[in-house]
Design a protein around this ligand. Structure first.
Ligand code: SF4
Length: 266
């Protein structure tokens, strides 16, 4: 019997992973495994679905049911999986570009439907795998390979966007706030409805280098300094910090249950 968290939850034959040294994604992937381990979920009842990007490579490392799909479409596949087998804990792992650009429409409509899928967005503010292009969460004035003089766009706030679109559980943690990342992921998995956990991540290779943020450790320290652990978003905004906390947690009718009720009626 495998004894440690790596052997129990990962396809060890596929490790080491392909991420760059110092990439924050490993911390978030481990947090998800820790949450699943703490919840003592049967791995047969877990399905991880991912799109395309550095974050989405994590589906290949988890030793659960996993599907690595196409760019931006993880939530469409996940919706099909959930409707076909509502007993599964369906978890989507996606990046900021995958979730809010290519898959932006799928994200807002999944939020609106309140289907019981847990979506973990690894947000490193840049497209890593495709070469460092700016994404919908790249901060204004920050540089990217496609914004060498600075980004003039306003970034999306993934938590605000998801809450406004109808997600019923919304939280944010980061690669520095690992205990919160594990705790919020556990709550999100057990939440009966559409849940979004934004995991603020770090990409030293593209985002860090382009913006002269220093080493991988410096980037994580910067995330710590720029954040405030609070469920009160206004308090964080007043302090010019990024809030780390749970911002929405309500219960509303869940989509796959409503769908079954309709099927049973006719
Ligand atoms: Fe991580 Fe960035 Fe490297 Fe992708 S490019 S593996 S996000 S450090």
């Amino acid at each position: 019997m495998p004894s440690n968290i790596i052997e129990k939850n990962f396809r060890v034959g596929r490790l080491p992973h392909i991420w760059c040294p110092g990439c924050g994604h490993g911390i978030l992937m481990h947090s998800i495994a820790r949450a699943i381990e703490d919840l003592k979920l049967d791995k047969e009842n877990i399905c991880i679905v991912s799109g395309i990007g550095c974050s989405s490579r994590s589906s290949g490392y988890f030793d659960y049911n996993t599907i690595h799909t196409t760019h931006g479409r993880a939530l469409s596949f996940a919706t099909g999986v959930k409707l076909a087998n509502p007993k599964l804990h369906v978890i989507v792992i996606t990046g900021d570009g995958d979730a809010t650009a290519i898959g932006g429409n799928h994200l807002i409509h999944s939020c609106r439907r309140n289907i019981d899928i847990t979506t973990i967005v690894f947000n490193n503010n840049i497209y890593g795998m495709t070469g460092g292009q700016y994404s919908p969460t790249t901060p204004t004035d920050d540089k990217a390979t496609t914004a060498p003089y600075g980004n003039i766009d306003k970034p999306f706030d993934i938590c605000n966007l998801s809450a406004a679109a109808g997600a019923t559980f919304v939280a944010r943690a980061s690669v520095y706030h690992v205990n919160q990342m594990i705790a919020y992921t556990k709550k999100a998995i057990m939440h009966n409805g559409f849940s979004v956990v934004e995991g603020v991540s770090s990409c030293p290779t593209y985002y860090g280098r382009k913006n002269k943020k220093g080493s991988a450790v410096d980037l994580i320290k910067l995330i710590k300094e720029n954040s405030m652990v609070t469920n009160d978003v206004n308090k964080a905004i007043e302090a010019n910090k990024v809030p780390i906390g749970i911002f929405k947690d309500i219960i509303l009718p869940e989509y796959s249950e409503e769908y079954r009720k309709l099927v049973d009626k006719f």
